[in-house]
Design a protein around this ligand. Structure first.
Ligand SMILES: Cc1cc2nc3c(=O)[nH]c(=O)nc-3n(C[C@H](O)[C@H](O)[C@H](O)COP(=O)(O)O)c2cc1C
Length: 243
């Protein structure tokens, strides 16, 4: 499996010319299943301790550093997530800070050794449950910022707070924090421009998420533009046909 990640990264960076590859170690996909005590019951070198549960993720990170270079790699981590069975902060066996602080500090150690990843991408606790909720428990991610000293992308519900207070507060903490946006990016292709200029956002349409069509992703207009053109009418028909 590690070789598969390597092949995919080489194809993305060296063949297709991607800027970065992002390792998905969040939300109970494969790497998180190894990281989380709730799903990792292994008794070999990949389970049974904080270090062992982190081994698969770091093995993949190290393999990719050798294959494409640390500065081409990002990684997504969701320490507090309960999505798809993740342990979350209430886990009685292993607190997420204990488990994940080790991962962040190992990434930081590589950084100090001259192999700093392009960025680490962390999901905030308010997004713990997935779906459309932004009311997960508010646990501070300050510990993440204090361990990992490189570029940090923080994500989760940043555009839902009045006056974008959360976004403004966190982005102003230092000069290495970026904010990742998901839902509002689907319906605002010019999102950065709108934020900069105080323009109203178009509300996203959740019914168009996770479908087999591009409708709802690439059919929204920029500010003041007609939302849907010819192509999008076809795309909507395609979506309806699929449903
Ligand atoms: C259409 C859509 C697809 C998403 N796909 C993924 C995914 O594959 N993996 C993941 O970790 N998060 C995924 N997310 C979650 C977002 O990346 C993000 O963590 C979450 O929505 C919080 O950001 P937001 O409040 O800006 O929407 C998805 C979100 C949306 C709206």
């Amino acid at each position: 499996m590690i070789e598969d990640f390597k092949t995919a990264a080489i194809h993305a960076i060296k063949v297709a010319g991607f800027d970065f590859v992002e390792l998905h170690a969040a939300h109970m996909y494969t790497m998180a299943q190894f990281l989380e005590v709730v799903s990792n019951h292994r008794t070999d070198e990949y389970g049974g301790s904080i270090e062992n549960r982190t081994k698969l993720t770091l093995d993949i990170v190290d393999t990719l550093i050798d294959a494409v270079g640390a500065n081409k790699i990002g990684i997504r981590i969701s320490p507090y997530s309960t999505f798809q069975g993740g342990s979350g902060a209430d886990c009685k066996i292993m607190h997420p800070i204990a488990q994940y602080a080790y991962l962040y500090s190992e990434l930081e150690r590589r950084g100090k050794e001259g192999k700093r990843l392009a960025y680490v991408h962390s999901v905030e606790s308010r997004m713990a449950v997935g779906g459309d909720a932004i009311d997960g428990p508010e646990h501070s991610s300050e510990w993440v910022r204090q361990i990992w000293k490189g570029i940090l992308i923080r994500t989760g519900g940043y555009l839902h707070s009045p006056g974008y207070k959360l976004l403004i507060d966190d982005v102003n903490l230092d000069d290495r924090t970026l904010i990742g946006v998901s839902r509002y990016y689907t319906s605002n292709p010019d999102l950065a421009h709108r934020l900069k200029n105080g323009l109203e956002m178009t509300k996203y349409d959740r019914t168009t998420f996770y479908t087999q069509s591009n409708y709802g992703y690439n059919t929204w207009g920029k500010f003041g533009e007609e939302a849907q053109g010819e192509d999008s009418v076809q795309a909507k028909e395609q979506l309806v046909a699929l449903a």
